[in-house]
Write a protein that binds this ligand. Structure first.
Ligand code: MOS
Length: 739
């Protein structure tokens, strides 16, 4: 189905199942431990051996020699595989760095060998016996230093974040110089780790030249294709499965070492191999969100109209890597006749940087939305009023293009009312509650919407059950549930009569899970397949498919009605299709908007910050399931608190690695850090987006939160910190006197 004109009314609009806060259909399987994650496919794979990855102990250089004698002789060891044993490996499209290194080493903990043994303990013990003689080379690990000479670089569009290195409208420099009120400030965000619960894990099994891989991956077809490229085999010979994924956040968008090492180890051992990366290896072996240094300049008239806005971002990555596209939102969020954004990319020898939840906007909003708060203060304006004043219904870089839906101002106003913003004291450091300095902060939320083609197959069996098959993944987001709701709505059945099968390369290729594009695009693909199935049903019944209706388990046309189940009594009916997109997303800007509100307390004596309450108001198209959407948003808000107050991969600039590579030292929020969260969705249907009229919320819930926390801390203390995370050492010596 080609979606190239705005959606008219369709069966989804009935909202009898879609739009309802259904519990997760996969909830019982998850809560009873019967949902099978990558490392747990014991029923399918008998007697697997265990793989253990060996990571490089230097960040840059060469392996002079490896002594594997002791490792190979160790108890239970079946084989040890290095790059020297496997011939030339290809490199997948989505990998910047080889997943099995050697003799050259590109980064610390790059995999350089896999040990396969009868048990996990034996593989781990033998891995410690691998002796490597390295020729260590100097590397560049200091972003600030490397950015001094780094070139301009545009973004990649593979994940939808396409961007040129410099974009200009009008004459920024002149308008900024002429503006009566200006801000020029630098903001820094650190490297972040995805820190998902389920580690990277795979089980590989070969039968002849055919490979079956159970793994934990957000994008089945990307992973399958890149695994085929890496191993130099046709992708049709690989079955790639991720039926359940315990979190990804972008870390599992791409093929990673666990899959390649399991496949190579299994081939060498002649046995199925299961391999999980240990937690201490994940931070340096896999990808991370790159640190940024961002300069923002804003010029405005005295009454708060932005006349000049510039956002320059610098980040680092391995050679041939990509910049963090932190300027994305600044192109679209606020009006202003004179504008400039640019990105620089430094070559670093740290592990590969790549997408992490809301790549681009998440760190970009952390900077921009502090800058907006600072600018409002300079103007003597309320920060909400300042933002509303610079709202725009058209793309500020190309004013001939309107947003399909843009309810930013409604989100700001609704949020202000619900949060009690009028009780905020705009003068910082005025409000005390016992030992706590109390402050309120807010930020706009913004995240682009991306269209992605997405396919599905829907079967109606003689038993009257509908089965949906698509390679879409559920990474904890609720895909199983919203796909069941979509098929149920289309076929006029309760969700109990719909089975959903996901995460298998045997099924039609879907949008996959990433960039908050999963829910809207994958359900639109299921919608398209259901349209085909409805036609097949109507044809079988001799109905005119254009006027057949599907409701309450019955198909009706004119004065005839038949139980849906009876349509398939003569044999299964199948509908298969995919949603594809025309140029509506060029005619209109498709994006999601919101507002984040945060109240914090800062301990007047210790400087410790505690979040007291949070609110998000989101306008993101039709909400397919308010319960799973809310879960997405509160999870994202929690991640935003982490990025504001605690998350930081500490770089060892001498040896070139992330020091705090476990969950004891890479801190993320826990329940006790998050006392109260509220989420509100504005009523919105976006008929320019897709037939579901839906967009996404998972990343919108994150974009802006970090700055809202930072702005609340400033309101509490009067100390402006522009360097994330806002740990107590950055403001303690400047807090108001307490005695
Ligand atoms: Mo998201 S960073 O595209 O999984």
């Amino acid at each position: 189905m080609k979606f190239d004109i705005p959606a008219g009314s369709n069966p989804i609009d009935r909202m009898t199942v879609v739009g309802k806060p259904l519990n997760r259909v996969d909830g019982p399987a998850k809560t009873t431990g019967t949902a099978t994650y990558a490392y747990e496919h014991h029923r399918e794979v008998a007697n697997p051996a265990y793989g253990f990855a060996v990571g490089a102990a230097i960040a840059k250089g060469r392996i002079r020699s490896m002594n594997l004698t002791k490792a190979k002789a160790a108890s239970g060891v079946l084989t040890v595989v290095t790059a020297g044993d496997v011939g030339k490996l290809g490199k997948g499209k989505f990998n910047t760095v080889k997943l099995l290194g050697g003799p050259d080493v590109d980064h610390y903990h790059q995999a350089i060998a896999v040990v396969v043994a009868e048990t996990f303990e034996q593989a781990r013990a033998a891995a410690a016996l691998v002796r490597v003689d390295y020729a260590r080379a100097e590397g560049q690990f200091d972003l600030a230093d490397a950015l001094k000479t780094a070139p301009l670089k545009g973004g990649s569009s593979d994940e939808g974040s396409g961007a040129s290195p410099v974009e200009r409208v009008g004459d920024f420099e002149q308008a900024f110089a002429a503006a009566p009120v200006t801000l020029d400030a630098e903001y820094t965000t650190p490297d972040h780790s995805h820190a998902m619960m389920e580690p990277f894990a795979s089980i590989a099994e070969w039968k002849g030249d055919e490979l079956t891989l159970w793994t934990s991956n957000q994008m089945i077809d990307w992973g399958r294709t890149d695994l085929a490229t890496t191993l130099g085999m046709p992708k049709e010979k690989i079955r790639f499965m991720s039926p359940y994924v315990g979190g990804g956040f972008g870390g599992k968008l791409f093929l990673r070492a666990d899959a390649v090492l399991a496949a190579l180890g299994a081939k060498a051992a002649g046995r199925p191999v299961k391999l999980a990366l240990t937690r201490p290896m994940i931070a340096n072996n896999t990808t991370h969100r790159p640190a940024t240094r961002q300069r923002i300049r804003i010029g405005a008239s005295r009454d708060g109209v932005i006349t000049a806005i510039a956002h320059e971002s610098g980040s680092g990555d391995q050679p041939d890597g990509q910049p963090e596209t932190a300027v994305n939102q600044t192109k679209l969020l606020y009006a202003g006749a004179n504008r400039m954004v640019s990105m620089r990319l430094a070559v670093l020898d740290l592990p590969e940087g790549n997408a992490m939840r809301a790549p681009g906007e998440a760190p970009g909003m952390m900077a921009l939305e502090i800058a907006m708060d600072e600018m409002a203060e300079k103007l003597g304006m309320d920060p909400i009023e300042f933002r509303a004043k610079n709202d725009t219904q058209v793309d500020p870089q190309d004013t001939t293009h309107r947003f399909s839906q843009r309810q930013l101002v409604r989100c700001l106003i609704e949020g202000a009312q619900r949060f009690g913003w009028s009780r905020r004291n705009g003068t910082p450091a005025q409000v005390r509650d016992g030992r706590w300095l109390v402050g309120m902060g807010m930020a706009s939320a913004f995240r682009n919407h991306m269209n992605m083609p997405s396919g599905a197959r829907v079967r109606l069996g003689p038993d009257g059950l509908v089965t949906v098959e698509t390679d879409m993944t559920d990474i904890g987001t609720g895909s199983y549930t919203i796909i069941a709701q979509t098929a149920a709505e289309m076929m006029g059945l309760p969700t109990e009569r719909v089975a959903v099968r996901l995460g298998d390369s045997a099924f039609p290729v879907s949008a996959g899970s990433g960039g908050q594009f999963g829910a809207a695009n994958a359900t639109a693909g299921v919608y398209a397949a259901c349209v085909k199935l409805r036609e097949a049903v109507a044809n079988r019944l001799g109905f005119n498919s254009a006027d057949a209706t599907f409701a309450d388990g019955v198909v009706r046309s004119g004065n005839r009605s038949v139980d849906l189940q009876d349509a398939a009594s003569g044999g299964e009916l199948v509908g298969e299709d995919k949603i594809e997109f025309g140029s509506l997303d060029k005619t209109y800007k498709l994006a999601t908007f919101g507002a984040h509100f945060v109240e914090v307390g800062v301990d007047a004596y210790t400087g410790v910050t505690r979040v007291r309450r949070m609110l998000a108001v989101c306008a993101a198209g039709r909400i397919i399931n308010p319960k799973s959407a809310r879960s997405q948003v509160i999870g994202a808000m929690t991640m935003g608190v982490g990025s504001a107050l605690m998350e930081e991969l500490a770089v060892d600039k001498r040896y070139g690695f992330f020091v705090n590579h476990d969950l004891a030292t890479y801190e993320v929020p826990v329940h006790a850090d998050i006392p109260h969260q509220e989420v509100v969705f504005l009523d919105e249907v976006d008929d320019k987006a897709n037939p579901m009229k839906a967009k996404g919320v998972g990343e919108l819930g994150l974009c802006g939160v970090g700055a809202a926390v930072a702005n609340a801390v400033y309101n509490a203390t009067g100390v402006r910190v522009r360097d994330y995370p806002l740990t107590l050492d950055k403001h303690l010596d400047q807090l108001p006197a307490v005695a």
